[in-house]
Design a protein around this ligand. Structure first.
Ligand SMILES: Cc1cc2nc3c(=O)[nH]c(=O)nc-3n(C[C@H](O)[C@H](O)[C@H](O)COP(=O)(O)OP(=O)(O)OC[C@H]3O[C@@H](n4cnc5c(N)ncnc54)[C@H](O)[C@@H]3O)c2cc1C
Length: 419
């Protein structure tokens, strides 16, 4: 059986950054396993710009951003296998993978970094009534067709879901000559970044139909139209509000799910994000297994993926070198308005230069406050003009704060002053 100090599953931006950091930390025995024929993950099909503003202070396209990390992996001579699908990880950190050249491979790792990204929710997950005709794609599949294969999925398009992928595809399809008739969103607000609403919809006069959903798909062999309906405050369609839109294509952008089948087989505990529960080291409940990137929680900006993955790479290296963290850790909880936090636990002897706690809010809140409580004492109270589920928020917890509450058992992040 082959043996490596650190094996990284996935060669998207998360896996690449984790590998580079581990190498910088002095680990030579590293292997990246990637199922695709090239590195870069989802960035390869994101040919729009807007990547790297935080990391490089430049606006790069997805492939340009990824290439900077691919070059570093090559320069550092980090070992990798492309076209290699990992099919199992067990609790002893034995990885089973398969590819054309080696057949079935078994690899023993001292530490594993999970960086498998996420996948899109398909039509089956939302049960839209209607025929099973052609012309229904997830937005990411359509993006791959247009940007990589050079094929147009359709000419008259309705998009369900206004997260970033839906918004970006509305612009992309328009630029390629399609007519995007509407972006339909179940919630009363968009799930995407504000900048994407402006640059992808407003600039192209594409209507955003908030608090609406698709209630019927029509067409025999190919989609001929969809019916949309307004929804009430319980998100149920309101009778009598049906509206027919003729189209030949329906794109679904209805959420991303962290890709965690392998995490489960390894015994990793998953949390509310659908990804592993991690501590400040990005360490999971299984000693020596770390996670970073979209496999952990869905990110809006790749820059945060990179930061988080450097952290995972550093800590996996420390683990291999035998650095121990104390058993005792503080647990993070969510209060009103907050959906989840990453990390879920913090070791008090490992605060370093502070711990960035990332989270998303549950709704749109105006003129409210992000509050952080150490047990019952409020330590952070930060006013925010607007908070929205589409934008990830961060609070930094410092060593000084932990110093003030040496016996603290729990930390709660919540939104206060909600009108
Ligand atoms: C359409 C879209 C638009 C976006 N736009 C922006 C933007 O404008 N600006 C921005 O900053 N961010 C944007 N993002 C977000 C950013 O691209 C992602 O957050 C980032 O790509 C996540 O990186 P990752 O490495 O965690 O996952 P991925 O990029 O998904 O990489 C995961 C990798 O793991 C591999 N893998 C999975 N399972 C296995 C397995 N079993 N064996 C081997 N390999 C495996 C996959 O093939 C893939 O290469 C966008 C994302 C999408 C989807």
């Amino acid at each position: 059986m082959q043996q490596y100090d650190i094996v990284i599953i996935g060669g998207g931006p998360a896996g690449l950054a984790a590998a580079i950091k581990a190498k910088e930390e002095g680990i030579d025995s590293i292997l990246i396993l990637e199922r695709d024929k090239s590195f870069g993950g989802i960035l390869n099909q994101c040919i729009h710009n807007g990547f790297g503003l935080h990391t490089f202070k430049e606006e790069l396209t997805g492939p340009e951003y990824a290439q900077r990390f691919i070059d570093k992996v090559e320069e550092a001579k980090i070992q990798y296998k492309l076209n290699t699908m990992v099919i199992d990880i067990n609790e002893k950190k034995i990885i089973t993978a398969v590819n054309d050249e080696d057949g079935i491979l078994e690899i023993q790792a001292k530490a594993i970094i999970l960086a498998m990204g996420c996948r899109e929710r398909p039509r089956g997950a939302i049960n839209i009534p209607g025929s099973r005709c052609a012309g229904i794609y997830t937005a990411g599949t359509a993006q791959k067709f247009v940007n990589i294969e050079g094929e147009m999925p359709g000419k008259e398009v309705v998009i369900l879901g206004s997260g970033d992928i839906g918004l970006i595809m509305a612009r992309r399809m328009t630029l390629e000559g399609a007519k995007v008739k509407a972006v339909v969103e179940l919630m009363p607000y968009s799930g995407g970044l504000k900048r994407n609403i402006v640059q992808c919809l407003d600039d192209f006069n594409i209507p955003l139909r908030l608090a609406h959903t698709v209630t019927k798909i029509e067409g025999k062999d190919r989609v001929t139209g969809v019916t949309i309906s307004k929804v009430d405050k319980n998100l149920k369609p309101i009778k009598g509000t049906e509206e027919y839109i003729a189209c030949d294509t329906l794109l679904l952008s209805v959420g991303l799910l962290p890709e965690n089948e392998l995490s489960r087989t390894a015994g990793v505990k998953l949390g509310v994000t659908g990804g592993p529960e991690v501590d400040e080291r990005m360490g999971t409940n299984v000693e020596g297994i770390f996670a970073c990137g979209n496999v952990l929680h869905v990110h809006d900006l790749v820059d945060f993926v990179t930061e988080e993955s450097y952290n995972a790479g550093k800590n996996a290296s420390d683990y291999v070198k035998g650095k121990k963290v104390e058993e005792y850790k503080v647990e993070l909880f969510t209060g009103e308005g907050v959906g989840y936090t990453v990390p879920k636990f913090i070791h008090k002897n490992n605060i370093g230069n502070g711990v960035d706690v990332r989270f998303r809010v549950r709704n749109v809140y105006k003129d409210s406050y992000i509050s952080v409580y150490f047990d019952d004492t409020r330590e952070i109270y930060k006013k925010k003009r607007v908070l929205a589920p589409g934008e990830m928020e961060t609070v930094k917890l410092t060593e000084e704060m932990f110093g003030k509450y040496p016996d603290c058992k729990s930390i709660t992040v919540k939104i206060e002053g909600i009108l």
